[in-house]
Design a protein around this ligand. Structure first.
Ligand SMILES: [Ca+2]
Ligand SMILES: [Ca+2]
Ligand SMILES: [Ca+2]
Ligand SMILES: [Ca+2]
Length: 309
């Protein structure tokens, strides 16, 4: 609605002030830029004649989770990516390896408990988990959402999945339970410093966070990415969201700031080893990694999936 009204206004201005065409066009650019960032509840068809550049659509949060991202065990999360076309894993300054391919979902975590993150993948077509150099095992089926985390507090990431159709949580060798349902996203995390991950879901349509047996509340809105992490370094995870429309990061009870754009893949990861999750983004169209107050560098290219946290 607003964009249509804005376009009409622009044409009206051009009609009234033909001499000021350039100024008007400049104004039009500003207006359009602003409008591009106004969240619209219903998509509006833009007339072809208007020749408005189509804004990059918001990219929904991907359907995989990592347990950790310290591939050399030095206490610092590593800048790392997975190139699904070739199965390349590139960990900056650490290693390059090949594991998996198109269709596989990265599920890295420290499955051995030695402090080093292990390269891992889930293959949805067969339910195969590939823990590189450790094991291959079948657990799950097509449509399952792999959600590795340390659910029993033994310092080893556990193979786990969430089945949205039924709300099933299946944690290998530990438990099976039902919590949440269709369209929910698993957000397991140690939110109370217990040393183990709580079974938890985030409902993107309403911004609902629900922690099994602990609490439920609303934080976020449709389109937000759920990005829990330990943003203050006290050993407990905070509830956090990233809003692609505006680049807003909101960490519940802690901070609210702007970093990144709708082109970016937000990554809360301890990239300098100070014990807190840094605010960082991977710009998917050019391979830029921007870490707030720390660094900017290029690693990777369009189509790569960042695999750190
Ligand atoms: Ca590291
Ligand atoms: Ca390990
Ligand atoms: Ca465990
Ligand atoms: Ca914390």
């Amino acid at each position: 609605m607003k964009r249509t009204a804005g376009t009409a206004l622009i044409f009206l201005l051009i009609a009234v002030r033909p001499a000021a065409a350039q100024l008007t066009l400049d104004f039009a650019c500003i207006v359009r830029l602003n409008f591009a960032y106004v969240p619209s509840p219903t998509p509006v068809m833009t007339p072809v004649l208007a020749a408005t550049p189509t804004p990059e659509p918001n990219v929904p949060q991907p359907f995989f989770l990592l347990e950790s991202g310290d591939y050399n065990g030095n206490g610092t999360s590593d800048i790392a990516l997975f190139r699904k076309l070739t199965g390349l894993w590139a960990v900056r300054g650490v290693t390059r390896a090949y594991s998996g391919g198109p269709g596989d979902l990265p599920t890295s975590g420290d499955f051995t408990g030695d402090g080093t993150t292990d390269i891992a993948l889930f293959r949805p077509t067969s339910g195969l988990w590939i823990l590189r150099g450790i094991s291959r095992t079948y657990f799950g089926q097509p449509g399952d959402f792999p959600c590795p985390a340390d659910y029993d507090g033994d310092s080893c990431a556990d193979i786990a999945l969430f089945r949205g159709m039924s709300g099933l949580w299946a944690i290998r060798d530990i438990t099976r339970t039902y919590f949440g349902g269709f369209s929910d996203r698993p957000v397991p995390g140690d939110y109370n410093g217990s040393g183990s991950a709580a079974i938890s879901i985030y409902r993107p349509s309403r911004g609902l966070w629900a922690l099994r047996g602990i609490s439920r509340f609303y934080f976020g809105t449709a389109g937000d990415w759920a990005l829990p992490g330990d943003y203050d370094g006290d050993g407990e995870s905070e509830f956090a969201i990233f809003r692609p429309d505006t680049g807003m990061w909101a960490v519940r009870g802690l901070t609210r700031l702007y970093f990144g754009t709708r082109l970016d893949w937000p990554i809360p990861a301890d990239l300098n080893g100070d014990g807190t999750a840094a605010i960082a983004v991977f710009r998917r169209n050019c391979g830029l990694w921007a870490v707030r107050s720390l660094t900017r560098l290029y690693f990777g290219a369009w189509g790569d999936t960042p695999v750190t946290r």
